[in-house]
Design a protein around this ligand. Structure first.
Ligand SMILES: Nc1ncnc2c1ncn2[C@@H]1O[C@H](COP(=O)(O)OP(=O)(O)OP(=O)(O)O)[C@@H](O)[C@H]1O
Length: 227
């Protein structure tokens, strides 16, 4: 039975090996940890230490070679692709370094896209989008396209979009990697405040020391292993 005490994420003995021309690459080896509900975990490690691979395995975007990943009481490795897609849509949200916004859509349309895909009524969509844009502080830029926004503003739109379907778990891969120090800090502060306000759980990979300071837990990887 899932209770408030069940961790949001439990990773056990996780391994991911990629075959490559130069031989096998052990991107992750025997990684185990858990993340409690309502907390923020910072994922840190040098370039190539396995952070993206780990986040992709957590989000069901990549399949582990060994071990298990349990998200919100559901073991991902036991699901078929269709069930994994449903889990991603209903419970998870992703934020990437490169924002991933659709260039031809306005900020508001980008944020409304997950609601549209879920079949939400137009009235509900409009209200939720306005709320989310205000929440991330870009209500005034609702009609602008990504190309007309700064990097920090684009990441705010991406965060608002990630929150659209009220996910349980937010997975962010270096969300401030493309931003200057000042906008990076403000995006991190925003992420922290929305995750706390919505009672979500977040796992955020970062090189940013200030995020590590504000996280409840730090998961440190070195050469694919927990350090
Ligand atoms: N699809 C793939 N095929 C082969 N090797 C891969 C693949 N994806 C990742 N790797 C290798 O796995 C290791 C871990 O990569 P990963 O991208 O997870 O690291 P990272 O910590 O996210 O790095 P960065 O901070 O630079 O993004 C690296 O050695 C990488 O070259």
């Amino acid at each position: 039975m899932i209770t408030q005490d069940t961790p949001m994420v439990t990773v056990s003995g996780l391994g991911r090996t990629y075959g490559s021309a130069g031989g096998d690459v052990h991107a992750l080896q025997d990684v185990s940890f858990s993340v409690e509900r309502g907390t923020i975990a910072a994922l840190v490690g040098r370039s190539g230490s396995g952070k993206t691979t780990l986040l992709n395995c957590l989000g069901g975007l990549d399949e582990p070679t060994s071990g298990t990943v349990v998200v919100d009481g559901i073991e991902l490795t036991s699901l078929d692709e269709r069930a994994r897609t449903a889990l991603r849509r209903d419970r998870l949200a992703f934020v990437f370094q490169t924002f991933g916004l659709l260039p031809m859509l306005s900020a508001a349309e980008n944020v409304g896209l997950p609601l549209r895909l879920r079949g939400a009524a137009a009235k509900e969509r409009t209200a939720r989008v306005a709320h989310l844009l205000d929440l991330v502080g870009i209500g005034a830029q609702a009609a602008q396209r990504p190309g007309e926004l700064s990097g920090g503003q684009q990441q705010r739109v991406a965060i608002a979009r990630a929150l659209a379907n009220s996910p349980r778990l937010l997975i962010a891969d270096e969300p401030t990697g493309q931003l200057d120090a000042e906008s990076g800090a403000s995006v991190m502060a925003l992420l922290q405040s929305v995750v706390r306000a919505e009672g979500m759980t977040a796992i955020i990979s970062t090189h940013d020391l200030s995020l590590q300071a504000m996280a409840d837990q730090t998961i440190r990887l070195a050469d694919g292993r927990l350090a």
